[in-house]
Structures are given as structure tokens and as C-alpha cells.
Design a protein around this ligand. Structure first.
Ligand code: FAD
Length: 509
């Protein structure tokens, strides 16, 4: 029996377990379906794209997406201590302060950017320079590279600068609009997962912290308005683990699935999956949001391209499509320069070392999807339907993003490197042709969020304390509670949510 049982040792769960176990009087259990990382490739920043599909990837797939040429999209998610932060691309971007305004409206000032700022600062070890909004002594290293940045990325930044796009020191110290080398969760040249940062050996030896790996949670064990524990499977054996408080940190795919397998969700959805409904909560699994990137606007090079010394995708550029020179406000498009050919499945990419790519996407998509169980058990694959590019807004902004990527790719500042545009290729010019390319090339940026949204309204899945509505002692703390997706990659915001919640964890009622 635990005082607090945390489900999922991913980004959020690692933070929550580390912070709550600082109180030696609190018995903390941390349950993880995966095991400790042992694959040396995880630590190598250059190998991040090769980890997908390995034993520690949940390897989800979406249903065919009508607005992306009916393609099924692969959704890697970490099934390992460290969760998706063991698979991610390590880019650290807090987002724009305006991203968190809808959160403040939904849940109060604690969830505004200034409310989350102490959590961002507390989490961070950033030593490149001093800034009042930055943390120096937190567990999570944020590394700002200089000498390692690829020459082609330098030329891309110069192209942006020549077009009047602001050049920033980094994306986390002031404005988001502009370009800079990416800040990365890298320590001494190696990936730093959130578990590496928050659950080092000196934390794991705490007598009041127990990590149970290879334990997969099936569902909550409910009694009236409370959960008395969770039903888990380990080595084929079923058991129940009990606790006073349960904190779901299973991520944007799994947290809503665990609720729905427990009978908490939309009655029709549950009925179709053969699950008895215990609590009618229609918004569980809805409000799914994700970023897409078009892979990609690919250029062959005139001379061999030296390999990346970082993690291939070295510089994000955030822009206002209507005015790329604007330096303030929340940008609506994102570009990324990759020191490699990066083409979607089915599109022909040239060999490594002979091409670079500019990826492009939309920072604040308005399409909303959903996740539902296909059956009552943990082995029934989820139905993931992100409704990619369903809104005209998303398609129109994407088109502008691709046009902007091409303007930069063809700029004279890249003359030394660029030979010819391979994808989409010079024949693709009209809006219809651009739209068709985007539909065939858009791929997940790996940021699913929002499926257990926080809010003050009765339909919200969790309340502003992140307590599951209608239940006294169940909380959800992970990417699923975001009411809206932030503009940048979302791991920094997940960590800030977890830090903020754990700094004043609500009691069971
Ligand atoms: P996760 O980190 O996914 O943690 C959930 C944990 O719960 C996992 O360990 C999982 O195994 C466990 N779990 C799930 N179900 C159960 C169950 N039933 N029982 C027990 N345990 C369970 N973000 C960035 O900011 N920058 C990037 O560069 C970036 N790149 C990415 C690239 C890839 C390929 C991927 C996959 C993600 C990327 N992300 C990036 C996104 C980022 O990693 C995630 O948003 C973040 O890790 C989500 O944190 P979380 O705690 O919500 O979920």
C-alpha cells in the first residue's frame, strides 16, 4: 500500500515521483509498463530516429487520415523508464507566453506562463548565460550548442536573417519568433531523459520510493467516488496495488485509455468497446491535438555535407506567416533545418550526406481528434484518430509554411550548399499541387496532447487541481491535461506542469 501511486515513469511521472518522494514521510510507488533503459543507442543523440519500433516503443498507429492522403501515421511512444523522453529529439522549447493564456482561462493563473515560470526555472540547469527567467540548478540540463552547429544550418540561419527574420540567442529567454540553434536536453554529449535527470541513483535509493518496472496498469479499481488502487499485470500475473492517491502520468495516449478501461468515458464509445460505463465523462479521449511537420522540402547539395554533430534537426525557426520579419507575438508557422534528407514514407530521399531538408508545419493547429479503446483489455490497440489537417485553417497555414520554407531554401545565402530542390520539386507550384504534397508528406512531430483536458467547466476531464472530475483521489498529470497544445515541442511544458502540480500536491478528499 502506498500513500501515492504514480502510473507511468515517463517525463511527467519521473518529475512527480522525484518531487513527492522528497518528503520522507510520503510512501511513493511508481509503476512503469516498460523496464530500465539498456540499449546504448538511446544515449546517442544522433540515433534518435533509429529507436522507433524497438522493444521499448509502444508503436501506436493512427487510423487512415482523409486529409493526409488516407495515410496511417506511426506514433512512437516510449515504453521504458523515462517514457517518450527516451525516444524524443531532445529539443527544449518552453513555448510562447500566449500559449498558456487558454490554460489560465481553463484553470486559473497557476497555469499561465508566469504561473508556470517557477516550475520551468526549478526544472532547469541552463548555464550558457544568465537570464532572470532561466534556472541554473535544476535537474534537467538545457544545452545550447555553438561550435557543433552544422555549416548548412548556419547558412540557413543567415538566409533567414537576410530575409529580415529575427536571429535569437535561443528560443527560451525572450521571444519565440525568430531562429536560433536548438536548445537540447543533452549532458556531456549524451541524451538526458527526464528520468536520467530526476531519478538518478541518489533519488532511487530513497527508502520511501519504490519503482515497479514491467508492471502494466489495466484499469483503476473503483469504489464509489474513489479509486482504491490499480489492477496491474506483471509477467502474465494479475494483481491489485492499493494507494490513498493515484496519479496517472501515462501520457496523452494511455491516460485516457486507462480511464476508459475503468469505465470512465463516453457511454457510446465504451459500449462499442465492450466496457461497462461507470461514469459518463464524454470528454475523455477527445480534444486530441498534435503538431505535424511536412517531410520535407529536400535539397541536394553541391558538395558532401558533413554529418550532424548534434541530433540532425539543429535549428527551429518560428515565424508569422503574414510577416516573417515580425519579432513579437505568437508565431503560427515553424520551420526546421535538418542536416540530412528527410522525406515521408513513399517519397524518394537521396542518400545521407548529399542533401539537407527544411521541415515545415503549423504551431497552433485547430483540428481536434480523439482516442478510443477498441476493446476492454490492455492489448486491444487504441483507435487513434487525430483528424489531421481537417480544418481549412490548418491547410492554409501549412501552405504558407511550405512557401516560406522554399523561399529560405532558395535564398542566395544557401547557394554554397544548395544544388537543386528535390522535394517537392520545381514542378510543384500551384496551391493544389502544394496541398497534395503536404497531404503526402505531413508526419507527426510527436506531440500528442489534450486528451484529458483541464478546465473549470463541468465537462472538463480534470479540474484546475488536475483532479479527475467526479473522483476524490485520482489525479492526471501529463501531456493529456493540456487544454491547448503549446507552439513548440511540448516536453518542457510537460515537465513544468509536473513541477507545478508537485510543488503543492492536492490531498485526497
Ligand atoms: P510519456 O513520456 O510518454 O510517459 C508515459 C509513461 O507511462 C511511459 O513510460 C509509458 O510506458 C507509461 N505507461 C503508459 N501506459 C502505461 C500503463 N498502462 N501501465 C504502466 N505504465 C504505462 N518533445 C520535445 O519537447 N522535444 C522533442 O524534441 C521531442 N521529440 C519527440 C520525438 C519523438 C520520437 C517522440 C516519441 C516524442 C517527442 N517529443 C518531443 C514529445 C515528448 O517526448 C512527450 O511529449 C513527453 O515525453 C510526454 O510526456 P508524458 O509524461 O505525458 O508521457
Amino acid at each position: 500500500h502506498f500513500d501515492v501511486l504514480i502510473v507511468g515513469a515517463g517525463s511527467a511521472g519521473s518529475v512527480v515521483a522525484s518531487r513527492l518522494s522528497e518528503d520522507s514521510a510520503c510512501q511513493v510507488g511508481l509503476i512503469e509498463a516498460g523496464v530500465m533503459p539498456s540499449d546504448p543507442d538511446i544515449a546517442d543523440p544522433l540515433k534518435w530516429t533509429m529507436l522507433q519500433g524497438r522493444a521499448y516503443d509502444w508503436a501506436y498507429r493512427t487510423v487512415p487520415q482523409p486529409f493526409t492522403a488516407n495515410r496511417v501515421h506511426e506514433w512512437p511512444r516510449g515504453k521504458i523508464v523515462g517514457g517518450s523522453s527516451c525516444l524524443h529529439a531532445m529539443a527544449y522549447v518552453r513555448g510562447h507566453p500566449d500559449d498558456f493564456q487558454p490554460w489560465a482561462v481553463a484553470g486559473g493563473e497557476r497555469w499561465s506562463f508566469s504561473g508556470l515560470l517557477p516550475g520551468f526555472v526549478r526544472s532547469e540547469a541552463f548555464t550558457a548565460f544568465d537570464a532572470p527567467s532561466r534556472g541554473r540548478n535544476g535537474p534537467l540540463d538545457v544545452y545550447l550548442p555553438e561550435a557543433e552547429v552544422s555549416p548548412v544550418v548556419r547558412a540557413y540561419i543567415a538566409a533567414g536573417q537576410a530575409m529580415g527574420i529575427p536571429v535569437l540567442t535561443d528560443h527560451n529567454s525572450g521571444e519565440l519568433a525568430g531562429t536560433s540553434p536548438n536548445s537540447l536536453n543533452i549532458r556531456a554529449g549524451k541524451r538526458l531523459s527526464v528520468a536520467d535527470a530526476y531519478l538518478p541513483p541518489e533519488v532511487m535509493v530513497r527508502p520511501n520510493l519504490a519503482l515497479l518496472t514491467a508492471h502494466e496498469v489495466e484499469h483503476l479499481v473503483l469504489e464509489g467516488q474513489r479509486a482504491t488502487g490499480v489492477a496491474v499485470v506483471c509477467d502474465g500475473e494479475s494483481m491489485t496495488i492499493s494507494a490513498d492517491r493515484i496519479v496517472l502520468c501515462a501520457g496523452a495516449v494511455s491516460s485516457p485509455l486507462i480511464l476508459m478501461r475503468s469505465g470512465i468515458g463516453d457511454p457510446d464509445t465504451l459500449k462499442r468497446a465492450g466496457i461497462r460505463c461507470r461514469a459518463d465523462r464524454r470528454d475523455v479521449g477527445r480534444n486530441l491535438q498534435d503538431h505535424l511537420l511536412a517531410l520535407g522540402n529536400v535539397y541536394s547539395t553541391k558538395k558532401p555535407l558533413p554529418p550532424s554533430r548534434l541530433q540532425h534537426s539543429e535549428s527551429l525557426m518560428y515565424l508569422h506567416g503574414s510577416d516573417p520579419t515580425r519579432s513579437t507575438g505568437n508565431p503560427d508557422i515553424v520551420l526546421a533545418c535538418v542536416v540530412a534528407p528527410s522525406a515521408a514514407v513513399g517519397l524518394n530521399a537521396p542518400p545521407y550526406g548529399s542533401a539537407f531538408t527544411i521541415l515545415c508545419g503549423v504551431t497552433q493547429p485547430t483540428s481536434r481528434g480523439r482516442i478510443a479503446p477498441s476493446g476492454p483489455g490492455r492489448n486491444d490497440a487504441p483507435i487513434i484518430d487525430p483528424h489531421y489537417l481537417e480544418t481549412e485553417h490548418d491547410r492554409a497555414v501549412f501552405r504558407i509554411a511550405l512557401k516560406t520554407a522554399r523561399a529560405i531554401g532558395h535564398h542566395r545565402a544557401l547557394d554554397e550548399w544548395r544544388d537543386v530542390e528535390i522535394l517537392p520539386g520545381s514542378r510543384v507550384q500551384s496551391d493544389d499541387e502544394l496541398d497534395a504534397f503536404i497531404a503526402s508528406a505531413a508526419s507527426t512531430h510527436h506531440h500528442p496532447a489534450g486528451t484529458c483536458r483541464m478546465g473549470g467547466d463541468a465537462d472538463a476531464v480534470v479540474d484546475p487541481d488536475l483532479r479527475l472530475n467526479g473522483f476524490d483521489n485520482v489525479f492526471i498529470v501529463d501531456a493529456s491535461v493540456m487544454p491547448t497544445i503549446p507552439s513548440g515541442p511540448i516536453n518542457a511544458a510537460v515537465v513544468a506542469i509536473a513541477e507545478t502540480w508537485a510543488s503543492a500536491p492536492p490531498k485526497a478528499r
